[in-house]
Ligand binder design. Structure first.
Ligand SMILES: [Zn+2]
Length: 280
């Protein structure tokens, strides 16, 4: 079992939207905004080598956004999926599975490439994984809040290729030998979070349940979350479980902190040590 960090670049989002009802005077200390009130976020994917499978978890935003949307998302940085794969000695043809935590554009954009007018899965040998509930949520009459993030160009080519499958597991079921899947629905319907057994530790890929270390306090949920009270409940239960079982959290969107352990403080559960995946 090996894990590799896959950086795919940075983007910016409105800081207020990232922190919901939390005042800027507070969130700005952990996630400083620029002069336009935007916070820089990472799109940090994870590559899992487990038995004979090479599983890519999430794909970043990809490189087929038009100029207008690219400018709106403030894409920056030199990292890309394929460059990061190459850094670890892999190519796109080596990927056997692409595991999509959910189908928002900053997680699934790299799953499909554009060649001229042709859209096709970026990983020709891979099975792409979502789940039926989330797929239907994203594609059958998506709600007005999330619609702009469920881009057809990222989704339909996966289905049309025949490479798309639905994860059909109970909560905590094994996706591969050392990877189990947890389901949460506060951020969006049936988001999937991988829990990995690695070097005697448990590493949790927290995706948009806890986008950055600054989102550890229970009430700090993004305005993007479709069911914020549910997101808070899920985060609370999860953080308790993580503390009791010494999970390491792996952050997809935190531009500075890649991983952390947790500790109980008088204010609640907070980060203890922050470190890189390679330090585990
Ligand atoms: Zn999301």
């Amino acid at each position: 079992m090996n894990l590799y960090t896959i950086d795919t670049g940075l983007f910016k989002l409105d800081g207020g939207a990232m922190f919901g009802v939390v005042p800027k005077a507070i969130w700005n200390k952990t996630n400083p905004a620029d002069e336009h009130n935007l916070c820089t976020l990472a799109m940090r994917c994870l590559l899992v080598e487990d038995d004979n499978r090479l599983i890519l978890i999430d794909t970043g935003i990809g490189n087929k956004l038009g100029d207008k949307l690219s400018a709106l998302m403030h894409l920056q940085g030199d990292d890309s999926l394929n460059k990061s794969l190459a850094k670890h000695g892999f190519s796109s043809d080596d990927i056997t599975d692409v595991f999509l935590t959910h189908l928002h554009l900053d997680h699934v954009g790299g799953a499909v490439t554009k060649n001229g007018d042709q859209l096709a899965p970026a990983y020709k040998n891979a099975t792409y994984w979502t789940n039926q509930k989330h797929w239907e949520w994203a594609t059958v009459a998506p709600n007005e809040r999330e619609k702009a993030s469920f881009l057809k160009e990222n989704l339909m080519p996966l289905q049309e290729s025949g490479q798309l499958k639905f994860v059909d597991l109970p909560d905590g079921g094994h996706f591969s030998t050392n990877m189990r899947v947890r389901f949460v629905s506060g951020h969006t319907e049936s988001m999937m979070l991988p829990l990995l057994q690695y070097n005697g530790k448990k590493v949790f890929y927290v995706a948009d349940l806890i986008p950055t270390v600054g989102h550890l306090p229970i009430a700090y949920v993004a305005a993007y979350d479709v069911f914020p009270l549910k997101a808070m409940q899920e985060k609370k239960a999860f953080l308790r479980e993580a503390l009791e079982n010494n999970y390491i959290l792996y952050f997809e969107h935190d531009v500075i902190n890649e991983c952390c352990t947790l500790q109980d403080t008088e204010k609640g559960i907070r980060a203890k040590n922050v470190f890189k995946l390679t330090d585990i």
